[in-house]
Design a protein around this ligand. Structure first.
Ligand code: ZN
Length: 219
C-alpha cells in the first residue's frame, strides 16, 4: 500500500512541477494526400480487422509531406522531481497477484506504468489498427512457464491486416500518444503534461515504432 501511495505521490509531484503553455492556432485544412503506396497486392488476412502496413505508410507520408507551421511557446518552466527508485510492488490486473520489482523495472513502473495504460486506453478506443498491451512479464504468476520477453515491462503488439504481427516494449506514453495522433490524422495531440506533440516531428520515431521502412528524415 505504501509503495502504491508513493507511486501516486511521485506522479502528482512530477505533474505539479511541470507546466508548459503553448499557443496553438486552429488546425488548417489538411493538405492534399500524396498518392497511395497501397498497390493492392498486400494480402489481407481474413478475420483480422486492422489496417494494412501500406495504409499506415500512407498516413505517415501525408504527415511527412505536410508543411511545418510556426508556433509560439509563451512560457516554459519545469523542474525534475525526486528520483528515488525503491522496490515497488506490482499488482497484476489479470490475476491480482503482487510481484516485487527493483532496479530498472521499478523505475519503469513508477515513471510510466499508469501513463502507458492511460495512453493505450485512449489509443485503443476506436483505433483502426488492431492492438494489444501485455504486462504479463511483470507478473511472476502470469509469466511462469511462458517463454516471455527477457526484459520486464509493458509490450505493445500490432496486428497488421496482412498478418504481420509486431511486438515491442513501450518506453513511455508519448510513443502511444503520437501513434494516436497519426491514426486520428491530427496535426498534434497533448501528452500527460498538456504539452503538444506534433506528429510531423515524430514521423522518424513512428516509422521505427511501427516497424516501417525508415525513409523519413529526422526533423
Ligand atoms: Zn498475473
Amino acid at each position: 500500500m505504501a509503495a502504491v501511495l508513493s507511486i501516486i505521490a511521485v506522479i502528482l509531484l512530477a505533474g505539479a512541477l511541470f507546466f508548459v503553455t503553448q499557443k496553438i492556432p486552429d488546425e488548417p485544412p489538411p493538405p492534399p494526400k500524396p498518392p497511395s503506396t497501397c498497390t493492392g497486392t498486400e494480402v489481407t488476412v481474413e478475420g483480422i480487422k486492422s489496417l494494412q502496413k501500406c495504409q499506415v505508410e500512407d498516413l505517415l507520408r501525408a504527415v511527412e509531406n505536410s508543411k511545418p507551421r510556426q508556433f509560439t511557446t509563451t512560457a516554459m518552466c519545469y523542474s525534475v522531481g525526486m528520483e528515488e527508485y525503491a522496490p515497488v510492488s506490482y499488482v497484476c490486473p489479470i490475476c491480482g497477484s503482487r510481484t516485487q520489482h527493483d532496479g530498472g523495472t521499478a523505475k519503469r513502473i513508477k515513471e510510466n506504468l499508469y501513463d502507458i495504460r492511460k495512453s493505450f486506453y485512449q489509443l485503443y478506443q476506436g483505433s483502426p489498427l488492431k492492438l494489444d498491451l501485455d504486462e504479463s512479464s511483470l507478473c511472476s504468476k502470469c509469466s511462469k512457464g511462458t517463454n516471455g520477453p527477457q526484459e520486464k515491462g509493458q509490450y505493445l503488439t500490432i496486428y497488421y491486416a496482412d498478418g504481420t504481427i509486431f511486438t515491442k516494449m513501450i518506453d513511455n506514453a508519448r510513443e502511444l500518444d503520437a501513434l494516436r495522433g497519426l491514426l486520428e490524422e491530427r496535426e498534434w495531440v497533448r501528452d500527460k503534461n498538456n504539452e503538444a506533440i506534433f506528429i510531423r516531428d515524430k514521423t522518424y520515431d513512428l516509422r521505427k515504432f511501427l516497424d516501417l521502412p525508415k525513409t523519413g528524415e529526422k526533423n
